[in-house]
Design a protein around this ligand. Structure first.
Ligand SMILES: NC(=O)c1ccc[n+]([C@@H]2O[C@H](COP(=O)([O-])OP(=O)(O)OC[C@H]3O[C@@H](n4cnc5c(N)ncnc54)[C@H](O)[C@@H]3O)[C@@H](O)[C@H]2O)c1
Length: 251
């Protein structure tokens, strides 16, 4: 029979855990026995989420941090503080991300470009820098990329470039830490039901289904993404590293 708590005893850090995919991942891995250190810019929402998890899964511990992944000092404090609190770090999920404004490259503001690159790409770099110093040998890191990290998505150049960058960072981090048995993988969801893309059509009045045709045919259930992340964090995936894994229903 399959182990109902395959992540029991593990300490796992998750960014962007206050809502959406990050909250679903936190719930999925908490249900499988991992204790969590959660970080997000939305601290109140994160605390409410943590309280819900603690009630639902009394066998685990949940800590929360007010965390902006673009601030290296804050990320360092979160990683060091989590290790001090729990005694070790077994896994990390770098999930915090923003979509930015939808516009074609010719109309894209420099501000939008740098905001998206800062949160999605530099934020992931900041997390990796401190997590890879602190994680146990044999640990597992999962970076949240996107189908936009593999394919081109019209009107989302900054997002697409940032998520391609996350794939590149993942491959280098995996190569640099393979000798310690630390695995680093990227997950690339298709368009997820209820996720951050929900305002896109409202924000880009000229966007037509023609621009996005054949791309967004079916929404991916969040739990499918969480299940892939949970698998990568566990010991069943011990021989999987430097992988870029679509969860997109064929996209
Ligand atoms: N929704 C989708 O269809 C989809 C598809 C592919 C990939 N993704 C990726 O999945 C991840 C989660 O997306 P989602 O749909 O759940 O989005 P969401 O907007 O619902 O949640 C993102 C979370 O990240 C937090 N966050 C944002 N900026 C932050 C920062 N600077 N520091 C710390 N936390 C920050 C937000 O407060 C929020 O809790 C993102 O990386 C996104 O790019 C989403």
């Amino acid at each position: 029979m399959a182990d109902p708590k395959p992540l029991a005893g593990k300490i796992i850090l998750v960014t962007g855990a206050a809502q959406g995919i990050g909250a679903t991942i936190s719930n999925y891995i908490a249900a499988r026995g991992a204790s969590l250190s959660l970080g997000d810019v939305q601290k109140d929402k994160l605390d409410a989420e943590a309280q819900r998890l603690s009630q639902a899964y009394p066998d685990i511990q949940v800590a929360t941090w007010s965390l902006d992944v673009t601030d290296p000092k804050a990320v360092e404090g979160w990683v060091i503080g989590s290790k001090a609190k729990f005694g070790k770090i077994d896994g990390c999920v770098n999930n915090a991300g923003i979509l930015g404004d939808g516009s074609r490259i010719t109309e894209m503001s420099f501000e939008n470009w740098s905001n998206v690159m800062n949160v999605n790409l530099t934020g992931t770099f900041n997390c990796l820098k401190f997590q890879l110093r602190a994680i146990e040998d044999g640990g597992s890191v999962v970076n949240m990329s996107s189908c936009a990290g593999i394919h081109s998505v019209p009107v989302l150049a900054a997002y697409t470039a940032s998520k391609h960058g996350v794939v590149g960072l993942t491959k280098v981090a995996a190569a640099e830490h393979a000798h310690r048995g630390v695995r680093v993988n990227a997950v690339c969801p298709g368009i997820v039901a209820g996720g951050l893309q929900k305002n896109l059509f409202r924000e880009v009045p000229n966007l037509t289904m023609n621009d996005l045709s054949a791309l967004f045919q079916e929404l991916v259930p969040m739990n499918q993404v969480a299940a892939m992340v949970g698998y990568l964090l566990g010991d069943e995936s011990k021989f999987i590293t430097r992988a870029v894994l679509p969860v997109d229903g064929g996209f």
